[in-house]
Design a protein around this ligand. Structure first.
Ligand SMILES: [Zn+2]
Length: 293
């Protein structure tokens, strides 16, 4: 009887042991399985995050490459030029178009006006003898080159604020009538002289001072043929009056930088005619996010 009891006890112990063993194995298997599945899920998540970071990096790099990609302007009959990365609609931009259909604010004043270190009209006030400081050196270089070729030039008129332009316009309008004045002199806000980037040039001796015949003088011919090398254009050429809206002014020169001045000289376009080409380049630069408006 006691032996049977011992045997039962052993069997129960063995069953309990087997049960515990199986339970332990099951538990361990479950933990291993859970760990494996979870690890796979984490690995997959990690891969997704890495891929997203790489995609974002690739996108940023391609955007940066596009932003730095140069944009070229192809005017007729000349080599393409590189567009400058700035907004040409800003009044202080050296390519800003100012004319009857693109007036600027009459309150605009350039911030860096100065009387350039060249001969300027002593009959004018300090304001009108001034230009933007950033075109002083191109003017000095141009006047020195002219001097080397035997021509003595003078700035007859540089910067003009809108109120001075108004005085000039009204004075002419009162003597020849508003309609004729409108063809001969820009109204306030429509004058490039307000940008500080424009000069009326004469000879020191003032032969043909602000007259058509200046174009026939050796000084005038030299300027027409050489000013672009220093970044200046003859802004109101003969035969383009309907486009510029103003009469032929062989004395009026506007600074736009050597590249564009050379392109306009070779293509024989006015700044007004070149403006759509500049606009296309500006739009491309904006699309490339090279220009932040
Ligand atoms: Zn002028």
């Amino acid at each position: 009887m006691l032996k049977i009891k011992n045997n039962n006890c052993k069997i129960i112990k063995r069953i309990l042991f087997i049960f515990l063993f199986v339970s332990l194995i099951s538990c361990a298997s479950y933990i291993c399985f859970y760990y494996f599945i979870n690890q796979q899920r984490l690995d997959k998540k990690q891969q997704e995050i890495t891929q997203q970071l790489q995609d974002a990096k690739n996108l940023a790099e391609s955007k940066e490459a596009k932003r730095l990609e140069p944009v070229y302007i192809s005017l007729p009959n000349t080599q393409s030029i590189k567009a400058i990365v700035s907004d040409y609609h800003q009044t202080n931009n050296i390519w800003m178009l100012v004319n009857k259909t693109n007036p600027i604010s009459t309150t605009y004043t350039p911030t860096n006006l100065k009387i350039p270190n060249i001969y300027t009209n002593p009959e004018k006030g300090d304001e009108e003898r001034s230009v933007r400081a950033d075109i002083e050196q191109p003017l000095i270089d141009m006047f020195a080159a002219a001097q080397a070729d035997g021509y003595s030039l003078m700035i007859g008129s540089g910067y003009r604020p809108a109120n001075l332009q108004s005085i000039y316009f009204n004075s002419l309008a009162s003597s020849v009538g508003e309609s004729i004045a409108n063809q001969s002199i820009a109204r306030p806000g429509q004058s490039e002289h307000q940008t500080g980037l424009t000069v009326d040039i004469s000879t020191v001796a003032r032969n043909c001072y602000l007259l058509d015949c200046f174009a026939k003088t050796n000084d005038g011919i030299w300027l027409i043929n050489n000013s672009y090398k220093f970044g200046f254009i003859l802004r109101y050429p003969e035969g383009k009056e309907l486009i510029t809206g103003l009469i032929y002014e062989p004395w009026h020169f506007r600074y736009i930088g050597i590249d564009l001045a050379t392109a306009l000289y070779e293509s024989k376009l006015t700044l007004d005619e070149a403006w759509p080409y500049l606009e296309t380049a500006r739009n491309q630069l904006i699309a490339n996010e090279a220009i932040v408006l």
